[in-house]
Design a protein around this ligand. Sequence first.
Ligand code: NAD
Length: 438
Amino acid sequence: MKDQLLQKIKDRKAVVGIVGLGYVGLPLAMEFAKSGFKVIGYDVSKRTVDRLMKGDSHIQDVSSADVREQVTAGRFVATTDESQLAKCDTVSIAVPTPLSKTRDPDMSYVQAATDAIARQAHSGLLVVLESTTYPGTTREVLQPRLEERGLTVGKDVFLAFSPERVDPGNPKWHTKNTPKVVGGVTPACTEVATALYSACIDTVVPVESTESAELVKLLENTFRAVNIAMVNEMAIICEKLGVNVWEVIDAAATKPFGYMKFTPGPGIGGHCIPLDPHYLAWKMRTLNYKTRFIDLASEINADMPEYVVRKIARVLNEHRKSVNGSRILVLGVAYKKDIDDMRESPALDVIRLLEDRGAEVEYHDPYVPSFTENGHAFEGVDLTHERLAAADAVVIVTDHSTVNYQDVVDHAEIVIDTRNATRGLKPSKARLVALASA
Ligand SMILES: NC(=O)c1ccc[n+]([C@@H]2O[C@H](COP(=O)([O-])OP(=O)(O)OC[C@H]3O[C@@H](n4cnc5c(N)ncnc54)[C@H](O)[C@@H]3O)[C@@H](O)[C@H]2O)c1
């Protein structure tokens, strides 16, 4: 079985399945198609599938031209028809892994995807989970579902975990040139999964087990969450000491070894950093271990929107104004610069907290024309001189590169800059307040 599958992969005769065609799945599907594989993308969203089959990409990092080219060449097909999975020799799963309201893992998407694959499974199939999850998921959730079909993992079918490291909007690192970690349930599983990804990704890093591979992802993102929290606390420390945190960070970053630069901000967002560490914290709670770093980092990061709003209130107060009744213009609502993803964006918390205190909030984001949060529909506004001048305060929450910040500081009355986007600018009018300034 193994040798047959390895040969099919080598000859590009293997049909590659991707389950979940989102931020992770679609770029991966494109890489396999560009490497000469026939790719079947299965997604439960008919809207997504219809768009893709028209050659229209819904993911910023994948061009519509690329999708069109692969669809036209017959190398990529998107479908909502589960039975198409029966044609696949390999299936990579990239479905969401959110948290429940109580911050426990919500495995329902992974379970549903695995059940669909298991219903169509045949011997000689490789299944790889890419969704971020707690250590043990591949062996505890996927393996039994496949084996219920009478297929033994490591013999009839192969099963591995390979974490996705996509960084949306990153111009340098993308799916193909970012090293990919792979860990199988058995050595044969690791071997087949390594062969598959090596066919389209420059560097593949095999590890001993699925648990190792699952934990690699959680280590990477916990590392980021903890360091962001540390530097966010450093911003608060600098405010109390009357020291410019940005200068301290930039100077520290001149150290050529033993230091890695992180920057403070209004909080953390996206599908990864705010969520992934909780997968590990949850798993460790089941083993009676409290993950103190994760808990503290989460507490500090989660408090940052509140910290920003307290700062806005203080600055307005200095101008004899209250948040209640003030007109506040939020610049940038995506969770980070130059992307259109709003998932878990701290801007959502900042806007909610301001509205709770009676502010009239409007927003401008060149990447997000509108959004809906808790049933409330928000429409973005144009960034005009009049609008800047009319706002009681302008709050830079996301520092998109295309915004003219000189214009902002020239026309607004008060600018609260949580990202250092106005670094080096000389405001002709605005009172400029940085995240960590007193
Ligand atoms: N977005 C990132 O930057 C990123 C980076 C690394 C890892 N991840 C991880 O990758 C996983 C996927 O994230 P994403 O950002 O691509 O999510 P996404 O929401 O962009 O895409 C998920 C897709 O899966 C589809 N889907 C849901 N249930 C399905 C099912 N049962 N069968 C088939 N399709 C189904 C959805 O319709 C959607 O199109 C998550 O575990 C996430 O943590 C995301």
